[in-house]
Design a protein around this ligand. Structure first.
Ligand code: GMT
Length: 377
């Protein structure tokens, strides 16, 4: 198939899923065209089946808000026509689904009927999409898509609850490449981070409010009083400053390393013992899945799609949003006993296998085919 993928090119979950999906499809022989405003963060190598088309928005003094959606729609028309794409797959509803709808209508004037598959990732539904300044457009463009997927059953239900959806929504969960995300022996790195053989806890995110980064610091504070430990904070974003400030106030800043954005996240996960994800909303929790693939159990909140990934008492524990004491207690329970920690690590890895790339790719291929077939008839 010749597939166009539209996504945010950033380190965020939806961009990572879209890029890894495109890479996986290309390795199976599909031709994949990424259409974004800059090179996707994980699209960092050459493949004969991968193409990248940049959307640029012309600057003009009148534009207080540069019209990205129009520029994207125009670029989609151009790429679909000249690369003869068979399907467009847009990740994150705003503004990608509506731009694709516009492109689809324009392409009809050229005698081309291109099917559009929309994947909803989370905040496009749970936060931003519900804002009344976007809701009618989001609802319309979901209903007008030829295929719609969400990354968890929970997000499917939320979408149906908050939007007037008239079409079927399929659940295709996030996935992980187990060749890349696998526990690698990195003893020298572990010794550098934890010279006294302390336990290593880790959090990775974009440090937005929804991630409850201050709860990560508070959980660690309680754990650190009982268990010699270090905390690695990977990523960057608006809440990083507050998190650093809080760790100073609590007197634990020497036990915490803020590493910023990192490419080789699997290497850092490989030296870690426990992943913390106390988010107030999480449609799936890709970062937790990547940790589990590297044999790292998860302490998370019990919100959104997290219960569909993290198995209570087996791969980690889930607690109510904001219940720092319960999360810290569960973290200590896992970390205080070597044998118990080993069991949780093994179970986390076994669970991650359910979401292996090779299992999920065919679901997207089938979804594309289902969107293409009625149009070809
Ligand atoms: O988590 C973020 O803030 C990034 C966000 C995105 O759309 O880039 O991630 C969302 O999509 C991921 C991939 O499908 C999911 O694994 C994340 O759970 C989801 N984030 C939220 O729902 C907050």
């Amino acid at each position: 198939m010749k597939i166009g993928i539209v996504c945010y090119p950033t380190f965020g979950g939806s961009g990572v899923v879209a890029t890894e999906l495109g890479k996986g499809l290309a390795s199976k022989g599909h031709q994949v065209h990424f259409i974004t405003y800059s090179q996707p963060a994980r699209l960092d190598f050459f493949s004969e089946n991968l193409f990248y088309h940049e959307v640029s928005v012309s600057q003009y003094p009148l534009f207080d808000f540069p019209p990205y959606e129009s520029a994207l729609a125009s670029k989609l028309v151009d790429v679909v026509r000249f690369e003869q794409l068979e399907v467009l797959h847009v990740h994150y509803a705003i503004p990608h689904a509506s731009a694709a709808y516009l492109a689809k209508q324009i392409l009809k004037t050229y005698g081309i009927n291109i099917p559009v598959v929309t994947t909803l990732h989370g905040t496009d539904i749970t936060l931003v999409g519900r804002d009344k300044s976007f809701k009618p457009v989001v609802t319309f463009s979901i209903n007008e898509s030829d295929g719609v997927t969400t990354v968890s059953e929970s997000l499917r239900q939320e979408t149906s609850t908050f939007f007037d959806i008239t079409r079927e929504i399929k659940v295709i969960p996030n996935f992980v490449d187990l060749h890349r995300f696998v526990n690698k022996k990195r003893e020298h790195f572990k010794r550098a981070i934890a010279p006294g053989d302390e336990r290593i806890l880790i959090h990775t995110s974009n440090f937005r409010k929804v991630k409850n980064v201050s709860d990560v610091i508070r959980i660690f504070h309680e754990v650190n009083q009982k268990i010699p430990s270090k905390l690695l904070m990977v990523g960057d974003g608006p809440e990083r400053g507050n998190a650093e400030e809080l760790s100073r106030q609590l007197g634990i800043s020497s036990e915490i390393r803020f590493l910023g954005k990192q490419d080789a996240i699997e290497e850092i996960l490989s030296v870690s013992d426990l992943f913390l994800m106390p988010s107030s909303s999480e449609s799936f929790g890709l970062a937790a899945l990547e940790a589990m693939a590297c044999s790292v159990p998860v302490i998370s909140s019990n919100t959104g799609g997290l219960p569909e990934l993290n198995v209570q008492g087996i791969t980690g524990f889930l607690s109510d949003i904001g219940d720092v004491s319960a999360m810290a207690k569960n973290a200590i329970y896992i970390l205080e006993d070597c044998d118990r920690l080993g069991k949780f690590k093994k179970a986390a890895y076994e669970r991650a296998k359910d979401f292996e790339l090779a299992r999920i790719l065919p679901l997207y291929e089938a979804c594309y085919q289902e969107a293409i077939d009625p149009i070809k008839k």
